[in-house]
Ligand binder design. Structure first.
Ligand code: PLP
Length: 351
């Protein structure tokens, strides 16, 4: 630790991302990437991109991404924000709307980046325990929170809350900003994006890293009322005016335009998930009702870290979170049918 670290940097406990091994012989099911390539339209646009254009700065607000999102969801462009992955957008949200004078809340079992942003920006927070079945009950959240943040479907449980329940939450707490992280919503959930056009206290974040197979390109979006989006633009322009590079913008635009490929690949992943879930349940494993591109699984008779290690020894990377309540559970990303068949066989062997 350098003596130049400030107090905050000294204290920071950063997010730990899933391993990205150089050895591609692993069946990689640890970071919820898409097992299928990006849409052929994305690849064609990237191939046809004139590298000469890299001389110029890209459009500063991701205008073509905003337009594509507005056409996809049939919403006004000025209610859309485009950014460098949803992680960075989440950071902008925490910075723009919360500070040390307020308190926010999120589930104790959710995306583990939220407490990291709170410590980075010195935002007081509470972690509200999910129920024993991992469900979120908004009745457990105190009334004085400035923000409630959660993933829907939640990570790593995959459990999903209907938009109608989130609408009730937003209606009953007009002074609480409800941030819905929809990283996995395309795998079986309904989006809260339509609600953002009605309520000024709902902000939805999505990523192109999962259902649109563009994790390597780093693109995310946020949708909310104009005033919220203006707040994000203000923070963005105080940090990095050009967060989305020129190639990322055309790739993201094409990913939204190729609806057919998006439908085919997400349905394939959903079908594989349901097949694997049935298999694991038949074998006696505990599996939540995930609406995401991963399953949350407990293999009886073996601890989470041991199961993780055994799978790794067999060439399969999955994720285990050491935190108390879920330490015996594994988050297993849904891969191709072929890979998942192998994984089911390995789990059977472990059991
Ligand atoms: C719930 C959740 N939100 C956000 C992200 C970040 O996605 P991105 O690749 O857009 O930064 C992830 C990534 O795994 C996630 O699980």
């Amino acid at each position: 630790m350098s003596r130049f670290y400030n107090e905050n940097t000294r204290r920071l406990v950063p997010y730990t991302a899933g391993e990205q091994p150089q050895n591609m012989n692993f069946i990689k099911l640890n970071t919820n990437e898409n097992p299928y390539p990006p849409s052929p339209l994305v690849m064609e646009r990237i191939k046809n991109f004139d590298p000469e254009r890299l001389r110029l700065y890209p459009n500063s607000d991701g205008a073509i991404v905003k337009k594509a999102v507005s056409e996809f969801y049939m919403i006004p462009e000025d209610t859309v924000f485009a950014g460098n992955g949803s992680d960075e957008i989440l950071a902008f949200i925490f910075k723009a709307f919360f500070d040390s004078s307020c308190k926010i809340g999120f589930p104790d079992v959710t995306y583990s980046f939220y407490p990291v942003y709170c410590s980075l920006f010195e935002i007081p927070y509470i972690q509200v325990p999910v129920r024993d079945d991992f469900s979120i009950d908004f009745g457990d959240y105190p009334g004085d929170l400035k923000g409630i943040v959660f993933a829907n479907p939640n990570a790593p449980t995959g459990l999903y809350i209907e938009p109608a329940a989130i609408e009730e939450l937003a209606k009953s707490r007009r002074d609480t900003l409800i941030v819905v992280d929809e990283a996995y919503v395309d795998f079986g959930g309904g989006s809260c994006i339509p609600l953002t056009q009605k309520y000024d206290n709902i902000l939805v974040v999505q990523t192109l890293s999962k259902s649109r197979a563009l994790a390597g390109q780093r693109v995310g979006i946020a949708v909310g009322c104009r005033e919220l989006i203006d707040g994000l633009v203000k923070v963005k322009n105080s940090f990095n005016s050009y967060p989305l590079d020129a190639i990322a913008q055309i790739a993201a635009e094409a990913a939204f335009q190729d609806r057919e490929y998006f439908e085919i690949t997400r349905n394939k992943i959903i079908n594989t998930r349901e097949y694997v879930k049935t298999k694991l349940l038949e074998m006696g494993a505990e599996v939540t009702d995930s609406k995401a591109n991963f399953l949350f699984v407990r293999i009886p008779g073996i601890s989470g870290p041991d199961a993780l290690a055994k799978l790794r020894d067999n060439g399969v990377l999955v994720r285990n979170f050491s935190s108390g309540r879920i330490s015996d559970w594994l988050r297993i990303t849904i891969g191709t049918d072929e890979d998942m068949e192998k994984v089911v066989g390995i789990i059977k062997k472990i059991m």
